[in-house]
Design a binder for this molecule. Sequence first.
Ligand SMILES: Cc1cc2nc3c(=O)[nH]c(=O)nc-3n(C[C@H](O)[C@H](O)[C@H](O)COP(=O)(O)OP(=O)(O)OC[C@H]3O[C@@H](n4cnc5c(N)ncnc54)[C@H](O)[C@@H]3O)c2cc1C
Length: 364
Amino acid sequence: MHTHYHDIVQLIDQIDPIQYGKTRNYLNGAVTRLSPYISRGIISTKQVAEIVLDKGYSPREIDGFLKELAWRDYFQLVWQELKSNINKDVKQIQPGVNNYQVPLSIISAETGIEAIDNGILSLYETGYMHNHLRMYVASISCNIAQCHWLQPAKWMYYHLLDADWASNALSWQWVAASFSQKKYFANQENINKYCNTNQRHTFLDQAYELLPNMAIPEALKATQVFDLTCTLPSCDELNIQNALPVYIYNFYNLDPKWDEHEEANRILLLEPEHFKDYPVGDKTIQFVLDLSKNIKNCKVYVGSFESLHQQYASQNFHFKEHPLNGHFKGTQHERDWLFENIKGYFPSFFSFWKQAEKQLKKRT
Ligand SMILES: Cc1cc2nc3c(=O)[nH]c(=O)nc-3n(C[C@H](O)[C@H](O)[C@H](O)COP(=O)(O)OP(=O)(O)OC[C@H]3O[C@@H](n4cnc5c(N)ncnc54)[C@H](O)[C@@H]3O)c2cc1C
């Protein structure tokens, strides 16, 4: 995993958006693996799209790629509007819920489906999982094991370097049909096709029409509640300079280019309350700390915004807009969006994308 800004930006240069469009659903397809950097706010969807479009591709020929970037912004807009209500079933109650836990065989990577088990082990090791695998895992957990989406989503979020609560919670809800009209199912044949496996006789080796009414398979019956603990580092000595403003960075904003030429105190704020609600594992915390090294003289503060603000009440605080920053005080800066003029809640990605296409056409 890269942690230096320049290496990360070079990854954008290596994207093949045409090949991406053709192969992204395959485990070995030309996906970008940029999500950990976009989620942590070190680069933005806008920056990625601009670098790729500046190479001379027309928006139409790389439509598949732009659409995926747009999904992230779409979910962010939904979060901005609905705030903590995305933690509940958004459009309708998830149909067919049997329990509020996580299948034990998902946690222990022992579902018996090779591609899934290997994908989970790899998630534990690398902090990354391919989108299609995420969909399979969510479908098995919510639609086959009949778990409510929230706990399995928190389990996955905990292990991802790209943990982004909007993309996460809303994707789980999309699969489980509380943010879509229909549950998403995949059978073994589909998994074999996209994961390059050749497995038969698993609980998913069924015709599609049988999956929605299937009894919970033996392998998924045992479920578990768990406590996800998050260990935060200790505070640095802040050495605040009173004459200078305070720039606040956090889990979702580690942008080293943000007003980089301003003289300022720069603080990575890790709020224990935030990580109590949205716990992540040690690898993700270490990733955040490593990325923060790109920010000049950035110091780590572990505590609430209020306590920091109280200590330095006379300073001017700066932060970037984010749904979880509602309690921050000071000067709020806009973050980057792919489509700057498209704001607000869209009931479906399709309605959002229709607006986006109009803007893209202007570029062609
Ligand atoms: C159940 C589930 C949970 C998910 N949880 C997260 C999460 O916590 N954090 C997260 O960043 N993404 C999440 N996603 C979305 C998606 O799986 C990842 O963004 C993508 O797999 C990241 O890999 P990549 O960078 O190689 O993506 P690529 O396929 O290369 O896509 C390029 C970029 O487009 C955006 N993108 C692509 N697909 C999606 C998508 N379906 N939704 C939103 N943005 C997308 C990402 O920013 C990604 O980096 C989840 C999807 C599902 C189905």
